[in-house]
Design a protein around this ligand. Sequence first.
Ligand code: LLP
Length: 416
Amino acid sequence: MDHFEYRRQELYCDGVRAEALAAEYGTPLYVYCAETIRHHFRQIDEGFRAVGLPPLICYSVKANSNLAVLRVLADMGSGFDVVSGGELRRIKEIGADPEKIVYAGVGKTEAEIGLALDAGIKLFNVEAPSELPRIDRLALERGKCADVAIRLNPDVDPGTHRYITTGKRENKFGIDRDRARAVLTEAEGLRGVEVTGIHVHLGSQITDVKPYVQGVETVLEFIDSVPGLGDRIQSLDLGGGFGIHYEGSEALPAHHCAEALAPLLVDRELDLILEPGRFIVGNAGVLLTEVITMKKSGSRSFAICDAGMNDLLRPALYDSFHRITPVLEKDGPLHATDVVGPICESGDFLGLERELRTIEEGERLAVFGAGAYAFSMSSQYNTRPRAAEVLVDGDDARLVRRRETYDDLIAPEREI
Ligand code: LLP
């Protein structure tokens, strides 16, 4: 569900015309809808609450880390899942509650761990045996004892793209069960850390409840297999991964997952933590782009746009599908069109062989499903300024990140 719709053949984001936003702020332009973000946050919160599993939702900042988006979520009572000192800085910047921050990440540096300890975050998700004594030492140096969760690698296949599969044994994430037992024993002798949770994250864009059920079964078996562990573990963090609609209606409503997990979890006294990213923001954003040039080569038709793989990397990196439609709908015959960017790479496309009505140069297109892992993965490749971002709330639209300038691009080099 989202709040992007066509009215009188014109795309609206909630109460605002997309064409007017493109005219005012230029393209490429990311447009986010606050109400869609809130809707998805509530869907998860209410879905799990309804089955007796009230969750602490720690929105995964990496999906879309714009400060205004984070502000919308903090206002809903969301916590945050961070994976770097930079993401932590963003949460500090909006003044959100550090006690609702969980920190995952396979390669946390000492500087980053120190920042998180100083901020007073809720929980570290420990991803490697050697990370535990490191956090212990840094916590003791500060006279603190840090709560940690062990990130288990449950060896479950989430059935998604291999680049976004994280819960299989061969992935670099988490600690396998045998090693995790040794880590728990080691933790008993440490005074700067206390293991109070277990964490799993299976992967991303998961559109089936089965991997979650398997993941939870594996975690619970693990907890039961270690004497006394059940008494020490207070929280279970199931990570994120809930899929969204890219093509049509492939995403599951959040309550399906809640209902499937409830029989396994309601009798366990575990505080549930969830780290959804894509589910909350993915369908809450579109990328608006202007067609610069139309051309044909052999039998192919190309619409060369002002947005490219530096703005939206997902099609190039994962061969992922994003729906593309003109901002102003029209009639006429359909043509197979390759919607591509201006970058000097053949992998620079937004969508291939799309059935679109005749496109004119200067026309604007909307690329859907661009709220998650879109701007946050963008780059300045080809020395291109990153796009501007706008947040729409009802009838209001607000520029929440200005377009970068050429001066921004070269500033760090000029400072040398
Ligand atoms: N928690 C952890 C530990 C994670 O690694 C991730 C995502 C999440 C939560 C949030 O997952 P989500 O609910 O958004 O699926 N760039 C890729 C996705 C990478 C996901 C990385 N980790 C893409 O564009 O599909």
